[in-house]
Design a protein around this ligand. Structure first.
Ligand code: GFB
Length: 313
């Protein structure tokens, strides 16, 4: 891949896409296409194909998706399935017709069976039933990675996928109900502090463990894969290889934000998978490893949250 190559980043206004743009820019890739939703509606097959034919990108990163936390996944089940399938189908078809060289598809660690052996190896895919709270989203992501795999197998295309663990960081979506756990806790704790509440409720039992990766480390992993010359597996896990309980996450956020009240547990909310730790030996063998520790990432996320009052907050 040359620094003059034209790279189209889909989802460039979101948390992961914007981090990939920052990373490519700092690596002197200057020929980047970063259309927003008003410029390119990926739900429209016609518009997507026309954009690809008019702009002819050399490489594409598909980081555009409908995403959200456990409650949003469980509530808007049909929307998560159809919107993600539509975006993916439109983009894969357009990449094929516009003869794109490399395509990198971003999946999610929720593609793996609920009862996978931990840490979860790539080989666990399709070996058992999925976690019910995010089954529709996971099925869409499995379809995406299978599209990449099968375009490669049938047509020899250079398409591949990465499966990130739970991500957080700059440009995250801070919503009290719809977000993932870290931005959700930050948004709700800010509210509790402002209202001077003496109790804060953590969703679920607090016992599930999650592996969190700061988004700039994820972006570096994506660029490492894109720049890699030579054959790679159909998809690679991306994570830190370490996990932490939700209770501990809430305690760290409370300390950093200065919440002095009591932490209680709302067990009417789902726990989801009890553990979701990835085996990351394959991506590490390419020379990538995460640089931003969990505590440092939490501080950066809280700083970002207070520094912006745009619509994402
Ligand atoms: O991050 P999260 O929403 O998603 O929740 P998953 C992780 C854990 O944190 C769950 C608990 O056990 C939640 O019950 N939790 C505690 C909270 N307090 C909160 C809160 O205020 N907000 C949120 N959101 N959770 C998602 C999938 O699963 O992971 C997606 O639904 C995607 O499909 C993503 O794959 C990576 O890790 O459970």
């Amino acid at each position: 891949m040359k620094q003059s190559d034209k790279i189209l980043i889909l989802g460039s206004k979101g948390m992961v896409g914007s981090a990939i743009v920052r990373n490519l820019q700092s690596d002197n890739f200057s020929n980047l296409l970063t259309p927003g939703r008003s410029e390119l509606d990926l739900l429209s097959q016609k518009e997507t194909l026309e954009y690809f034919m008019a702009n002819k990108p050399d490489h594409v990163v598909l980081a555009a998706a409908k995403v959200g936390g456990i409650v949003a996944n469980n509530t808007y089940r049909a929307d998560y399935l159809i919107e993600n399938l539509s975006i993916q189908n439109n983009v894969f078809e357009a990449c094929f017709k516009a003869d794109v060289d490399k395509l990198l598809f971003l999946g999610s660690s929720c593609i793996y069976p609920k009862n996978s052996e931990q840490p979860i190896r790539e080989e666990s895919l399709l070996t058992g039933p999925l976690e019910p709270t995010n089954e529709p989203y996971a099925i869409a992501k499995i379809a995406g990675l299978k599209l990449a795999e099968n375009y490669k197998r049938q047509y020899g295309k250079n398409y591949m996928s990465v499966m990130p663990t739970n991500l957080f960081g700059e440009n995250d979506y801070f919503h009290p109900e719809k977000s993932h756990v870290i931005p959700g806790l930050i948004a709700r704790m800010d509210d509790a502090i402002k209202k001077d509440q003496d109790e804060f409720s953590i969703w679920g039992s607090g016992n599930p463990k999650r592996e969190f990766l700061y988004v700039d480390d994820m972006a570096q992993a994506c660029v490492t894969v894109l720049k890699h010359e030579g054959d790679l597996p159909y998809f690679l896990n991306v994570g830190t290889g370490e996990d932490i309980s939700i209770k501990e996450v809430a305690q760290i956020i409370a300390k950093e934000m200065g919440f002095k009240g009591k932490l209680v547990f709302d067990t009417s909310k789902p726990d989801g998978m009890m553990r979701k730790l990835l085996d990351v030996s394959k991506i590490k063998a390419l020379g990538w490893s995460p640089k931003i520790g969990f505590q440092e990432g939490i501080k950066k996320s809280i700083e970002f949250y207070y520094s912006t009052d745009n619509l994402r907050r």
